[in-house]
Design a protein around this ligand. Sequence first.
Ligand SMILES: C[S@@+](CC[C@H](N)C(=O)[O-])C[C@H]1O[C@@H](n2cnc3c(N)ncnc32)[C@H](O)[C@@H]1O
Length: 470
Amino acid sequence: MSGPPRRPAGARGGQRGGPRRPPRRAPLDGARLTAYDVLDGVSAREAYANLLLPQLLRERQLEPRDAAFATQLAYGALRAQGTLDAVLARLVDRPLADLDRRLLDLLRLGAYQLVDLRVPAHAAVATTVDLVRAIVGPGASGLANAVLRKVAAGGDRAAWLAQLGADGDRRLALATDHPEWIVAAWREALGGDAAGEAELEEALLADDAAPEVHLVARHVDRAALAEESGGTPGPWSPYAVRLGGGDPGRLPSVRAGRAAVQDEGSQLAALLLTRAPLEGPDARWLDVCAGPGGKAGLLAAVRPAGVHLTAADRAPHRAELVRGALAGEDDVEVLVADGREPPWAAGSFDRVLLDAPCTGLGALRRRPEVRWRRTADDVAPLVELQTALLDRALASVRPGGVVAYVTCSPHAAETVAVADAAAARDDVEVLPVAPLFGEVPGVERGPYGQLWPHRHGTDAMFLALLRRTR
Ligand SMILES: C[S@@+](CC[C@H](N)C(=O)[O-])C[C@H]1O[C@@H](n2cnc3c(N)ncnc32)[C@H](O)[C@@H]1O
């Protein structure tokens, strides 16, 4: 995967001065090859594009312009996979699943340039066919050439959508690059009414925009962090700074651990726990699912003096990351523990954050491939896990204590339904979230809270607050 751009086999071979030296070929296009390697990592090894791409860009040291193009290509082609496959399926004479996986990824990459970027046909087709020849083999280049020429002849996205002739949710899914089950889930999460319907396309399209980088000022003054980073204070969290661009890893405050990269919605999720009204003692806090430690880091930084923070995660390597995030903090402990069978006694804590494992559908902006990797079948097993974790989290707080239940997803099954089921217990009451975030418009989702990329410029975090009454 690493190293300089490979060349087509024909460009490498040939003995010096030998009689059958093949013709010279131009080196492969570094940006396109890098984008392909990201698609290949995602489809062959379930890699995460947002981790693999920066690694490849670092290793290959592409010019900034090429790096930007590689990013646009990789993220765009991954996001648009559903639409691109619908186009390709029209033009390939066999099921796409029967194609060589590498060829399919390359066809997607070429089709994306034609349909969405309007790269001139000769450039998009020739560079893709070069890649097909080098990576899949010469035998596949004819098919790639023929198919991509037809993609180009079909016009841009609007023209292709018209030709695909979809309507209803299928049209919305193709136009916004989502699978239909997510379109339906967003509709439900937006209320399923006329107002929600009017907002639906905007909400879906917001998943396709590149997110800003958000910083959290943990142990540095926010104004100073904004000045250091050239960013602007975030509109909602008093600790947030939003950046237009640049590499936050280079900032002295980030390097020293005084600040970190954290979505502003995640900051609000951690702050929800701190803002919950509480009577009686307030000295023992727990973050049940803490890895890699983003919210635990903010909780540790903003807790009042005398509060002890316990942070747990089932996965040892995630707990290790939490240790890193909490380095230098006093009065914290990190445990490797399964929140369903915790080592701590019932009623040990005053406040508990349960940032539950979930589908992650609220962060589609950052993880373009997740919308195609996840399926509707993933939801039920997660709901079972979330329900068990919430049950134990409620047992872990003392009577009168509070549990903040949070997911990075707006899907109703893993948000409202899980919280409602817990709230139906006769020893649990729901505390309304919106009054605790009076400065954040449009956060109300019944008694719960919901952030959205299109409304708040954050990930789509769900926020619920439950109190144990006895
Ligand atoms: C959404 S992530 C938490 C993100 C974290 N709160 C942050 O802000 O950085 C969910 C975490 O739950 C952990 N997890 C999954 N099942 C668990 C369980 N049964 N008990 C404890 N942790 C669990 C996962 O390892 C993962 O690190």
